[in-house]
Design a protein around this ligand. Structure first.
Ligand SMILES: [Ca+2]
Ligand SMILES: [Ca+2]
Length: 185
């Protein structure tokens, strides 16, 4: 619980995070593209194929109910923190409310999809690298679900990205993910 509170405090202090790109000109020039990309960040999905079975409903990691297993699953990802591309994952999990177990890995992927291993027993820890607010592979606050048997899919919305999208219109970038000129050099 202490770690969860610590993580909440970190997230609530995001206003203090240094922001990339200070120039007013680049903020204005990239205003429309950044609002469009921030809009795309608000949801994620994946679609996969393989010897897999799962059913899950999640209202953040605090209310996560489901189970699944796959020997290997070949997926297209449009996932959290701009993980766009293809990947191969494997593993199993079960979860009831906020406790569960899992052994899961993305073992191969194209460049923008993160490879990682998650072995957990108990409550998901929001302070781990996997759930990093800015570039973690997973969103602790995701709301959505997954369903699969041979053909597997998941869909989530990301509340913090909704806030990032809304505040973006006021030139505030809480996710520190707005494009700047340096990204094109
Ligand atoms: Ca965003
Ligand atoms: Ca943003």
């Amino acid at each position: 619980m202490k770690k969860i509170l610590l993580s909440l405090a970190l997230i609530l202090s995001f206003a203090c995070v240094p922001v990339r790109g200070d120039s007013i000109m680049e903020k204005v020039a990239l205003y429309i593209p950044n609002r469009l990309i921030d809009a795309l960040d608000m949801f994620s999905f994946s679609l996969g194929l393989g010897p897999t079975i799962e059913a899950r409903l999640m209202g953040t990691r605090f209310v996560d109910v489901g189970a699944g297993a796959n020997l290997v699953c070949y997926k297209f990802f449009k996932h959290y923190n701009r993980q766009y591309g293809f990947g191969v994952d494997e593993g199993w999990y079960w979860s009831f409310i906020f406790v569960g177990e899992e052994s899961y890995s993305v073992i191969d992927s194209t460049r923008l999809v993160g490879r990682y291993v998650e072995n957990r027993t108990g409550i998901p820890d929001p302070t781990t690298r996997t759930y990093d607010f800015f570039d973690g592979n997973r969103d602790y606050w995701a709301i959505g679900g997954a369903l699969g048997f041979i053909l597997d899919g998941d869909v989530y919305i990301h509340p913090m990205e909704w806030i990032d999208f809304a505040l973006g219109f006021l030139f505030i970038d809480i996710k520190n993910d707005d494009l700047v000129f340096d990204d094109f050099r």
